[in-house]
Design a protein around this ligand. Structure first.
Ligand code: HEM
Length: 510
């Protein structure tokens, strides 16, 4: 029987959709949202801007503009350490509150992480605490210091040694020994993760960047995963598929190579992350990962560890160059401890370069490359700074906010490495690697790479900003502080104009 509706002309179905009625409907809807947000929402007493209370627009603008840290810091200065971010989401910036939320799996990662489907479930993206715990038991030891010490010769050879060779050759080839202009700190992007990659293949850097874009799109706009919209993302899916195929092939090749090594010579196995992932075993259940799972973890490790580490290095060198007194002190410390051609290892740097380590912590604090960590409020709700936040609502652990919290840090906007000299307490307050049950498992690897790169670069090269740099020690803001190059917060917080602002002049040490 034909539907009754089918016989009604479409125009008469929408008789009510006149401009006047549509406007009235919109006004009624907005009035409801505003009245609810201001007078009835359980979050109505949490401080925050009007716009944050009634819509997600301001956070969307931040996502697009990439000014999330600035937005969070400005809000914290205005409203305090807890404030509205979106109608059902609050921002948390007090380090103790952040630690509380991060300390337990009860605050699950936001559903957005679960929207990402182009990779098999993995330690980073899963919102399932049990899977996360298992993966951390399996993979954790591979990224622990004992394992990294075995890998360190490879890390150094593929990372900083390649870098200083490259920079040395450029300096030697340059007139008057100074290599200028096109030297970007971003050169580090391609150099940092060869410990995991065994080739110079630059496709991997491209795949990592493209996978990030895809991850971002799937998380924020999940409908794009489905037909017909998925056509828009087809090139990204193709890259993701190539990345996965490459990862699977690497495992296959490694397994074939291992077949050549018999049990008696198992210590001849390559000491690298790929091997650690293949060998990883959950000590409780004795479960190991399938090849697909290893690939997924390998890819997510590359994604989580590449830009974060190289951008931190870029920020570190930039901040030192803007603060010549601290730069000089770090250089003097390194050069007083090591001869010019010595390759400084992590243990050496850690034991003998406390000031350099302080500079690294201050960089991590002032320019955290990681952004907000969204979590779901668990059953029963939670009280934070006296405000009750009901279950099912969200909170965002704001690392940039916590690292600038005025109750925790004196003069938080000032780059002052001295606050970390002989002060382990302050080191623990820096939340850039997160904390608690889902703390970054790659933080040791990141510190090995950052410390050894900075130590060896400062030991071998004199660095300075080019004459035409827009950012110099004497170009200051209204508070008298050197202006730091702008950042762009897409997935990690990176220099916004690297081609313009990341240039350095390099010469061999005098
Ligand atoms: C300066 C460098 C780095 C910074 C600042 C950093 C920061 C972070 C942060 C804030 C998280 C928590 C994310 C969240 O809860 O959503 C995280 C998680 C993670 N990081 Fe890092 N990371 C760095 C380097 C690395 C490296 C080198 C690796 C890999 C070897 C790595 C692997 C991971 C993984 C797998 C997770 C997920 C852990 C989980 O959810 O249980 N990170 N990282």
């Amino acid at each position: 029987m034909p539907s009754l509706l089918a016989s009604v002309p479409t125009s008469s179905l929408f008789w009510w959709a006149t401009p006047k009625n549509l406007t009235a409907g919109l006004v009624a809807y907005l009035s409801y949202e505003i009245i609810y947000a201001l007078y009835f929402s359980p979050l109505r007493n949490v401080p925050g801007s009007f716009w944050a209370r009634i819509s997600k627009i301001r956070t969307l603008i931040s996502d697009i503009k990439g000014d999330e840290p600035e937005y969070i810091i400005a809000n914290q200065e205005k409203y305090g350490s807890v404030f509205m971010l979106e109608p059902y989401k609050v921002a948390i910036c007090d380090p103790s509150d952040c630690r509380l939320v991060l300390s337990t799996h009860a605050f699950r990662k936001d559903r957005q992480y679960g929207n990402i489907e182009f990779l098999e479930p993995n330690m980073f993206l899963t919102v399932d605490p049990e899977l996360n715990k298992q993966r951390r038991r399996q993979i954790g030891p591979a990224l622990g210091m004992a394992s990294l010490r075995r890998m360190e010769p490879k890390i150094l050879a593929a990372g900083v040694v390649t870098l200083v060779d490259k920079w040395g050759a450029l300096a030697d080839a340059a007139e008057n020994g100074e290599a200028k202009g096109q030297l970007l700190l971003r050169l580090l992007d391609d150099d940092m993760h060869r410990p995991v990659l065994t080739s110079d293949d630059r496709r991997i850097v491209r795949w990592v960047n493209r996978a990030f874009t895809l991850m971002f799109m799937e998380a924020i706009l999940p409908f794009l995963k489905h037909s017909p919209f998925n056509r828009i993302l087809r090139p990204l899916y193709q890259d993701a598929s190539d990345f996965i195929t490459f990862g699977n092939a690497a495992i296959k090749q490694r397994k074939q190579e291992l077949e050549q090594i018999d049990e008696a010579h198992s210590d001849e196995k390559p000491a690298d992350i790929l091997q650690s992932l293949i060998d990883a075993e959950d000590p409780e259940s004795k479960v190991r990962m399938t090849s697909g799972q290893v690939t997924s973890e390998n890819i997510i490790t590359l994604m989580a560890g590449t830009d974060t580490t190289s951008n931190t290095l870029s920020w570190g060198i930039h901040l030192l160059l803007l603060h010549p007194k601290y730069h000089r002190r770090a250089v003097e410390e390194v050069r007083s401890q090591f001869t010019p051609d010595h390759v400084i290892t992590f243990d050496e740097a850690k034991a003998r370069l406390p000031y350099l380590e302080a500079c690294v912590y201050e960089t991590l604090r002032l320019r955290p490359v990681s952004g907000n960590l969204p979590r779901i409020i668990p059953r029963g709700g939670v009280v934070i700074q006296g405000y009750f936040i009901p279950e099912g609502y969200s909170c965002s652990v704001c690392l940039a906010g916590a690292n600038m919290n005025p109750d925790t840090w004196k003069r938080p906007h000032v780059f002052y490495p001295g606050r970390f000299v002989d002060c382990d307490y302050n080191k623990h307050q820096v939340l850039t690697f997160s904390a608690g049950v889902r703390v970054c498992p790659g933080r040791n690897l990141a510190m090995v790479e950052i410390m050894t790169t900075l130590a060896n670069v400062l030991n071998r090269f004199d660095l300075r900003l080019p004459e035409d740099s827009l950012f110099k020690p004497d170009i200051r803001d209204q508070h008298g502080l050197p202006i730091i190059m702008p950042r762009n917060n897409a997935v990690t917080s990176a220099p916004m104009f690297p081609d313009r602002d990341c240039n350095v002049v390099i010469s061999r040490r005098k």
